[in-house]
Design a protein around this ligand. Structure first.
Ligand code: UDP
Length: 405
């Protein structure tokens, strides 16, 4: 079924939708290209999957390509990702070679004749170096930059400098970012995607039953890639503390992104931890409707990340009126307003997280109140319609600066 922005009238005013179409038509002759590292797994793919078709509906010719790389390439870029989020790295010549050569090869068979290019995250970042730059390039950074490895930062900066602009998720990252020439654009969720669409109670029940959720037992969940930064082991620790005091169940829903070679190992580790634990289920690669049902039916959603770019799963849960207990890191505090849409805790404070989970489990009125506020917060700030308008405004400004339409 083809998507149309007019389908979003239930969520934003018709006048706003007309305005977005009007704005879109101003740059409708333009071709814009997104380049990321995967069509599947993680927030970037999730966002682009909805954003790109809707931008086309608005009349702009927007494409999306993914960089093609070997397992070696993705091993290197995952190490870069980790180091940007604070890990150590041995920045060897070999790593740089694999990184740069993959981008160079990709540039040879992927010609870019578009009017503007948006590059997502570090994997395709060096591409700019291998093209004759004929148009504005934007680097869209989705990573938590609160504590980057300085050596790697310095190396990557050499690729960022030629970009016209860097776009971050939050001011905090921008302050510590690569360029003073930046904008902040918040990510968004698509309320009409299978993951987020309202589901009838019967459908939710059916999927929960199939997945093994025990009806009537309080449900806690975390939906995240199997990645150490999402701290699934920490989630188990928090759950153990809660489970000692209250009868409840935990669902750890996770997947492995194609560009994340560490996912498999992390999954195995979590699997071995889960074995022998009561009331804990691990689901690998759940389809979107099950993710939807679990986020919707959970009494509390956890997002116990140690670092987090934005954390789309949180807005997804809030949209479904489920309060979230999240670490106070990265993009999470923009979504979880402490004491209003959920609670924020120190990422290493398991007791604090457990206490907040228990406060919520034991108070249905509080959950309901926070759930309502969560949905309102997402509606106001993190819906795709706002995101589309932000991009159109920015592209229009940059294209006009670069010689008009
Ligand atoms: N996700 C999913 N199934 C899973 C785990 C995650 O569909 O088993 C989705 C999740 O619903 C969200 C995205 O993957 O849409 C994760 O985005 P987020 O920004 O939270 O984290 P990232 O993976 O980008 O670090």
């Amino acid at each position: 079924m083809s998507v149309s922005l007019t389908d979003y009238r239930d969520f934003v005013d018709e006048s706003k939708i007309s305005e977005i179409y009007r704005k879109g038509s101003r740059i409708s002759r333009r071709h814009i290209l997104h380049i990321s590292s995967t069509y599947y797994g993680g927030g970037v793919a999730e966002i682009l999957r909805s954003l790109v078709p809707l931008l086309n509906d608005v009349g702009i010719d927007v494409g999306w390509r993914t960089v093609v790389g070997s397992p070696d390439f993705f091993r290197v870029t995952k190490k870069f990702h980790n180091a940007l989020q604070g890990d150590k790295i041995a920045l060897t010549k070999m790593k740089k070679k694999v990184y740069e050569e993959t981008n160079e090869i990709f540039s040879k068979f992927t010609h870019v004749e578009h009017d503007l290019v948006v590059v997502h995250d570090p994997q395709p970042l060096p591409l700019i170096k291998f093209y004759k730059k004929k148009q504005p390039w934007i680097w869209r950074c989705h990573i938590d930059l609160s504590n980057p490895n300085e050596k790697l930062w310095d190396y990557l900066k050499s690729f960022v400098i030629p970009y016209d602009l860097v776009v971050y998720h939050t001011e905090e990252f921008a302050m510590r970012g690569f360029s003073e020439n930046y904008r902040v654009i918040k990510p968004s969720i698509d309320p009409l995607s299978i993951k987020n669409i309202d589901l009838p109670g019967e459908t939710v029940k059916k999927y929960l039953k199939k997945a093994g959720v025990v009806e009537g037992k309080p449900l806690i969940s975390q939906v995240s890639r199997f990645d150490k930064w999402k701290d699934p082991i920490g989630v188990l620790k928090v759950f153990d503390l809660v489970r000692r005091e209250m009868d409840c169940q935990l669902f750890l829903v996770g997947d492995i992104a194609i560009d994340d070679p560490e996912g498999q190992k992390m999954h195995e580790r979590v699997l071995s931890e889960v074995k022998g634990r009561r009331d804990v289920r691990l689901i690998l690669g759940a389809h979107d409707i099950l993710v939807n049902a679990i986020q919707r039916a959970s009494d509390v959603v956890l997002q116990k990340s140690i670092r987090e770019g934005f954390g789309l799963s949180v807005s997804e849960a809030l949209w479904k009126k489920t309060p979230v207990v999240a670490s106070n890191v990265g993009g999470l505090p923009t979504q979880v307003i402490d004491g209003e849409t959920g609670y924020l805790v120190d990422p290493m404070d398991y007791e604090a997280a457990a206490k907040k989970v228990m406060d919520l489990l034991s108070d249905p009125t509080l959950r309901e109140k926070m759930g309502e506020k969560g949905r309102e917060h997402v509606k106001k700030n993190f819906l795709i319609t706002r995101h589309i308008e932000d991009w159109i405004d920015l592209w229009t400004e940059i294209l006009e600066e670069n010689g008009g339409d």
